[in-house]
Design a protein. Structure first.
Length: 101
């Protein structure tokens, strides 16, 4: 393809935003068993409940919560659409995330 115009990219981007100031990202790593999934681990740092709503220019979405061995676990605090997860005070939470782009 011959095109004299230069492709344009946005001047800024957002890799990952957990949407709550009290949530601290501990790890973001590739899943051991599923190469197209990532494991996001965070904790609530102020002793109050927080709602994690994942925002990313990479099109990341929460697949399901996992334990430390990356096995799926149920989470009653997840919203019906799977976009918001309630994190209890001081709790460490691990989530499997995947790009939908």
């Amino acid at each position: 393809v011959s095109n004299n115009s230069r492709p344009s990219l946005p001047s800024t981007g957002q890799l990952l935003n957990l949407s709550a100031k009290t949530l601290i990202l501990m790890a973001l790593k590739q899943s051991e068993d599923i190469p197209d999934q990532w494991i996001l681990r965070c904790y609530e740092s102020h002793g109050e409940s927080a709602n994690l709503s994942l925002v990313s220019d990479l099109g990341l979405k929460i697949v399901h919560p996992v334990d430390l061995l990356e096995r799926p676990v149920s989470l009653s605090e997840a919203s019906a659409d799977g976009k918001v997860v309630k994190i209890e005070p001081w709790k460490i939470t691990s989530l499997a995330v995947k790009s939908i782009i």
